[in-house]
Design a protein around this ligand. Sequence first.
Ligand SMILES: NC(=O)c1ccc[n+]([C@@H]2O[C@H](COP(=O)([O-])OP(=O)(O)OC[C@H]3O[C@@H](n4cnc5c(N)ncnc54)[C@H](OP(=O)(O)O)[C@@H]3O)[C@@H](O)[C@H]2O)c1
Length: 266
Amino acid sequence: MDTGPSPAANPTRTPTDTAASPWQRALDFTGRRVLVVGGSSGIGNGIAVAFRTQGAAVEVWGTRPSADHYAGDAGSDLEGMMYRQVDVSRPQQVLHQVRPERLDVLVLSQGTVAYGQREFDPEVFQSVVDLNLNSLMRCAAHFRDSLAACGGALITISSVGGIRATQGNPAYAASKAGAIHLTRTLGQAWARDGIRVNGVAPGLVETKLTRVTVDNPQRLAARLKGIPMGRLGTPADMAGACLFLASPLSAYLQGQTLFVDGGRSL
Ligand SMILES: NC(=O)c1ccc[n+]([C@@H]2O[C@H](COP(=O)([O-])OP(=O)(O)OC[C@H]3O[C@@H](n4cnc5c(N)ncnc54)[C@H](OP(=O)(O)O)[C@@H]3O)[C@@H](O)[C@H]2O)c1
């Protein structure tokens, strides 16, 4: 008979939970360290808030000088989190960050897109790919040992654009396809280090990245027609999948990307 999620996947329990079953404890992140790169706004911030709610000590990285610079922004709640300004498209800024002895969860939610056909310009193409793909590897490599020290989970945020052509955005689509395949490859390579690597590919979510679509009623209506569930996703929808991927509920999942898209990719 199945007795619940594997305890080996969840080695650092607090003494207070001993009465609860492994299933009940699975989403309790008390005592865990979580870093969300790109956690200052949008989807990443929703993910950071979810881990905070579940008891984790959460650090987020963003581009502004301090947490105060996000005050009043819709979709940005940094209460009780440690904030650092790190431009992950600059290798030295990542390399200079202290590696903690252990890191339970690393979420890589940084990303950008260039509208107006600009991604067909090779220089713009390169800068989008550098942030959406190269910086994932940069951050993952930097924290590999900290994740390995505690059987941690690495979670990439890619996109449905990684498996569908996105008209006008060759860099976005190519970089997100790369992120999905990087997730598979790191999953294969780092399993032996005890690191689980998985990802979430969001569908359309209202954030500052997608304002150009959601603020345009005609464009929004057209996009909604392509979503079987008939609604946009929310940062909380993505956060739920991330909690699952970081928890022992997904202990035997490796190298996979979950499409959390209301059926858009079907
Ligand atoms: N929204 C969607 O419909 C959708 C769909 C599929 C995939 N995604 C993916 O989801 C992820 C989050 O996007 P979002 O929609 O939540 O957009 P967002 O609100 O603009 O969030 C992007 C995050 O990345 C950070 N970031 C940007 N450039 C950075 C840099 N050079 N160094 C460090 N951090 C940087 C941003 O920091 P600041 O807050 O300081 O700007 C922000 O925290 C992205 O990978 C995106 O491609 C989004």
